[in-house]
Ligand binder design. Structure first.
Ligand code: ARG
Ligand code: ZN
Length: 241
């Protein structure tokens, strides 16, 4: 097997005011959440209902902060067209995408917390983008998205996970067998059981759209889907070479 997969992380902070120039402590708080969530050491994992408790996955991924870039900009909103990923467009160029996760922290705008690129895309835009107020757990953070789960969710996409409802109706799959079928996102903090498509939704999965405090697990099937991309010939094999 692959064993523990080490994921160096470059964080690029692009800011138009001092709040957006988030502290090192805020950045470190996000790295801590990633390590907890991807190793099932998050202290809210005990909230998983017994129906799903046997599926809680330790993905054996270890995140380490490899570097922080800070750049002042007059731009106040960046949208989702990847300008923040290019110095030529006022952003910061990607660093070692074959062997590291790049996270751009800048104000996306439009109510968007974050977005990600799936594996297999262009190297120049590989990574995730998070708005500063939804990054980490301390400093310039905004409830109910102040527990670092936006990055957990977006890194899930970056590691090949789909939303648990498959972005379609009941029969649209997320390509993971142990996440029950659903027909759309759940929001807020749903009570258990929440029934859709004749089964109980795994609303506490990081790949739903619930509040940060109400998502606290990846499943075993999701773990296998994520780890497959690091195998020989996979789109992120560079991390294990
Ligand atoms: N891309 C999603 C959005 O911007 C991320 C949702 C993350 N959810 C969360 N609870 N942090 O809406
Ligand atoms: Zn998503």
């Amino acid at each position: 097997g692959l064993g523990v997969i080490n994921i160096p992380v470059y964080v690029h902070v692009i800011y138009s005011n001092s709040n957006e120039n988030i502290s090192d402590a805020q950045i470190n708080s996000q790295i801590s959440v990633l390590n907890a969530d991807f190793n099932a050491t998050n202290n809210d994992a005990n909230g998983v209902p017994s129906e799903f408790a046997g599926l809680v996955a330790d993905t054996d991924a270890n995140f380490t902060l490899a570097g922080v870039t800070r750049k002042a900009s007059s731009r106040t909103e960046w949208g989702t067209r990847d300008d923040m990923k290019f110095a030529s467009k006022g952003g910061v160029d990607v660093v070692n995408p074959e062997g590291a996760l790049n996270i751009w922290v800048c104000n996306i705008g439009g109510g968007i917390l974050g977005y990600a690129q799936f594996p297999g895309g262009a190297s120049s835009t590989d990574g995730v983008v998070i708005s500063p107020q939804y990054f980490g757990t301390t400093g310039f953070v905004s409830a109910p998205f102040d527990k670092g789960r936006t990055a957990t969710h977006e890194v899930g996409h970056y590691l090949n996970l789909r939303h648990i409802w498959g972005d379609g109706r009941c029969k649209q799959d997320d390509f993971v067998a142990d996440t029950p079928s659903s027909d759309g996102p759940n929001y807020g903090c749903p009570s258990y059981p929440t029934v859709n498509c004749r089964s109980n939704d795994m609303t506490m999965n990081y790949m739903d759209y619930t509040n940060d405090a109400c998502m606290y697990m990846f499943s075993t099937g999701q773990k296998e889907r994520m780890r497959a991309i690091f195998a020989s010939g996979g789109p992120r094999e560079g991390f294990t070479l």
